[in-house]
Design a protein. Structure first.
Length: 310
């Protein structure tokens, strides 16, 4: 136990643990930077698809929406073209890892389900706001890493302090000859103990420094500028009446709403009717007609007069 404590209390532990904190911070920043590069690439691809719709005909504009549906896994089942394309060919739904693609899929699902005239009313415009909020929810980046690295640094500091106190408790009070020798030994021992404890607080200082570096990095690079460009591209596209007509359902008129209401009410009323007696009466009439069919002649039209019959 004392040997392990001596290892944690040594200067080697200080350098190794501090180096590990710096290494973890560097790896986290590098991975996050690579992730941002990948997200920016996805944004460029999506912006190209959106902008290409401006130069296409009506069928081409619908094809661009289908392409967005496929590339983002948007599951746009409210649009006939996307629904038939995805379910008709039995394609496997895509679940992209990109936060940009998933945020775009969320926006597309809301956009294609609501008439463009109601986008402002429903809070779906501007697109940049909705996509950015969803992107930040999905792409955590380095959020929380600063707290993690500080907690890890505090763990190393407490491990060193516990080790130093363990060594102190094992050596304090040991017989060292005369009182003067024992006093000198205790003075030297306390000096070493305080120096060791002070060294371990350098681990906490390194952890706080790494957290500050991460915060400065996040402030400088994680502004989601690529998401703003993507949102602007969607907003610009939906200002084109032809694209809006191809990507969004038509606005239901008041007459359509009234007709739908009446149809729903009629179906509800019919579903509550008991048609059993009517079915029985029809069945009895059909049976009677079938039984008398051999002896009677069924005629249609006005009945013949008795004179004409003679």
């Amino acid at each position: 136990m004392v040997s392990i404590a001596e290892l944690f209390a040594s200067s080697v532990f200080l350098f190794i643990y501090s180096g590990m904190l710096v290494l973890l911070t560097g790896v986290a920043i590098m991975r996050n930077h690579m992730s941002l590069i990948a997200e920016a690439k996805v944004t460029r691809d999506l912006v190209e698809v959106v902008n290409a719709a401006h130069t296409r005909d009506a069928a081409g504009k619908v094809a661009q929406l289908v392409l967005l549906n496929e590339s983002t896994g948007a599951r746009i089942l409210t649009h006939d073209a996307c629904r038939s394309d995805d379910l008709g060919d039995r394609k496997v739904w895509q679940n992209p890892k990109s936060a940009t693609a998933r945020a775009t899929a969320s926006y597309l699902g809301a956009m294609a389900a609501l008439p463009v005239e109601r986008h402002s009313l429903e809070g779906l415009r501007p697109a940049r706001t909705m996509i950015e909020d969803e992107y930040r929810r999905l792409h955590k980046g380095l959020s929380g890493f600063g707290d993690f690295i500080i907690r890890l640094a505090l763990l190393g500091t407490f491990m060193g302090l516990i080790a130093a106190l363990t060594i102190a408790s094992a050596n304090i009070g040991a017989a060292q000859g005369s009182a003067a020798d024992q006093s000198a030994h205790m003075r030297d021992f306390i000096q070493v103990l305080l120096a060791t404890a002070a060294n371990k607080f350098w681990i906490s200082a390194v952890g706080v420094g790494c957290a500050l570096i991460v915060q400065i990095y996040r402030t400088s690079v994680e502004r989601a500028a690529h998401i703003l460009r993507l949102g602007d591209a969607f907003d610009h596209a939906l200002t084109d009446p032809e694209i809006a007509a191809a990507w969004c359902p038509p606005m239901a008129t008041e007459a359509d709403s009234d007709l739908g209401f009446v149809k729903t009410a009629l179906l509800a009323r019919i579903s509550k009717l008991d048609l059993g007696p009517l079915d029985e009466a029809i069945a009895e009439t059909a049976a009677a007609i079938k039984a008398n069919a051999r002896h009677s002649v069924i005629t249609f039209g006005p009945a013949l007069s008795r004179r004409s019959g003679e």
